[in-house]
Design a protein around this ligand. Structure first.
Ligand code: B12
Ligand code: SF4
Ligand code: SF4
Length: 341
């Protein structure tokens, strides 16, 4: 039986478990879900082919799980403001342990302490399920989808990482969030690659998060200088949002940044070393070759003559992707040095 004060119990339990936000939505298609078709038709997904599979299911959670009547959407802040101790930046969400596991554990505990005791089902979705998590979070009243396409929360800005719990229980929903972007265009203006063809729409093919995380091949040369010192992901359109003004840093201890060696040392890592250093973090899924691809691009952009010997060895690496990016980096550093001379 769902208690009359279910929403209050859910909110209290979620807060005790360390969630920074919780909203309740009916299991139906969120606003703008149909725009997914137009987005795919414009090929904005790039090589993320998995986004093309069953778009009708992705757009409507009821198709994904016909038994679902309610969706709980929960968020944990990932904000980190300490400057990196080493050269190169990793996006805030990826500086500590893998957030998928962090959210999954918390959602399991939330389901166990509430939905299960009320006799309901629970299905956990964090990131990899075919759901539009940001529009669903807006439907659940957590915030609104901003012009940078991210879910913006009044207190935590764009920094919430999201997870969903689908249940067959009927729980009274929160009112949907309303848009508070107003005339602001800071995120659109700040994007280094002009990845927003229009407000609220992202061309992922131009996004540095896509190019440094999802894209498997050689980073197109036109984008390499724009990568700057970003090793993994990009936070530019998050950092400039005025809704950061009340945001605190992440309180989830597992998201605390891990120490990491200097870029030059990493170029000499073999596969075993890469795996042992990054196991349990979001960087792990890149595998060694894509990580060293990114390290090379960053060194090409910010490195100096002292980095050339390490790049020289990497340009003879067993992996073609690493070789090519290391060679590009050496050329870029050399032309910078000669330009400065
Ligand atoms: C694919 C993906 C990516 C891709 C594409 C991003 C994108 N914007 O779609 C890439 C690799 C680029 C990416 C990057 C990042 N991602 Co990502 N990503 C996803 C994933 C797996 C699917 C998103 C999706 O379905 N995209 C498809 C497009 C069509 O969806 P959409 O952007 O919401 O598009 C809608 C709008 O354009 C809307 N629309 C059209 N016109 C209008 C008009 C108005 C007024 C409105 C409101 C809407 C609207 O219609 C579209 C369809 O509904 C989700 C997890 C999930 N399952 O939802 C995480 C997710 C969105 N990512 C997340 C994060 C943290 C990031 C990064 C910040 C990581 C980083 N620091 O590097 C960046 C941010 C880049 C950005 N500005 O979006 C978080 C976002 C949390 C939040 N607070 O919003 C999510 C939810 C993961 C999670 N579980 O927490 N990501
Ligand atoms: S994450 Fe960076 S590259 Fe991607 S849209 Fe935002 S500012 Fe642009
Ligand atoms: S920077 Fe401005 S336009 Fe972009 S999401 Fe934040 S409030 Fe909205």
């Amino acid at each position: 039986m769902v208690p009359l004060n279910a929403a209050a119990i859910l909110r209290q339990t979620a807060a005790q478990l360390g969630f920074d936000a919780l909203g309740i939505a009916p299991a139906r298609a969120p606003a703008h879900a149909d725009d997914l078709h137009a987005w795919l038709a414009r090929s904005f997904q790039g090589e993320m082919n998995w986004l093309e599979r069953a778009p009708d299911t992705r757009a409507d959670p009821h198709r994904y799980d016909p038994t679902a009547r309610t969706i709980l959407v929960a968020g944990v802040s990932s904000r980190q403001t300490a400057p990196p101790l080493r050269r190169g930046r990793i996006a805030a969400y990826a500086q500590g342990s893998d957030y998928h596991e962090v959210l999954r554990e918390k959602l399991q505990a939330l389901a166990r302490d509430t939905l299960t005791t009320w006799g309901g089902t629970s299905r956990i979705c964090v990131d990899t399920s075919p759901l539009l998590e940001k529009p669903l979070a807006a439907l659940a009243g957590i915030g609104w989808q901003g012009k940078n396409t991210l879910l913006i929360h009044r207190e935590h800005g764009p920094w919430l990482l999201l997870g969903c719990l689908l249940t067959d229980l009927k729980i009274s929903a929160d009112p949907p969030g309303s848009d508070h972007c107003g005339t602001c265009t800071r995120c659109l203006d700040a994007c280094p690659t002009r990845a927003f063809p229009q407000p609220y729409v992202l061309d992922a093919r131009r996004c540095l998060a896509y190019l440094t995380i999802e894209y498997p091949g050689a980073i197109p040369e036109e984008f390499r200088p724009l990568v700057g010192d970003r090793l993994f992901g990009c936070d530019e359109c998050l950092e400039v949002c005025p809704w950061n003004r009340h945001a605190q840093n992440a309180r989830e201890i597992k998201l605390t940044p891990r120490p990491r060696p200097d870029l030059r040392d990493m170029l000499a890592w073999d596969d075993a070393r890469f795996r042992s250093e990054f196991r349990g973090t979001p960087v792990f899924r890149l595998k060694r070759n894509r990580w060293l691809r990114n390290v090379s691009v960053v060194l090409g952009n910010i490195g100096d003559a002292a980095d050339l010997p390490a790049l020289e060895s990497a340009s003879r690496d067993g992996d073609a992707l690493v070789r090519e990016h290391a060679a590009w980096a050496m050329n870029r550093i050399r032309s910078r040095i000669s330009g400065e001379a």
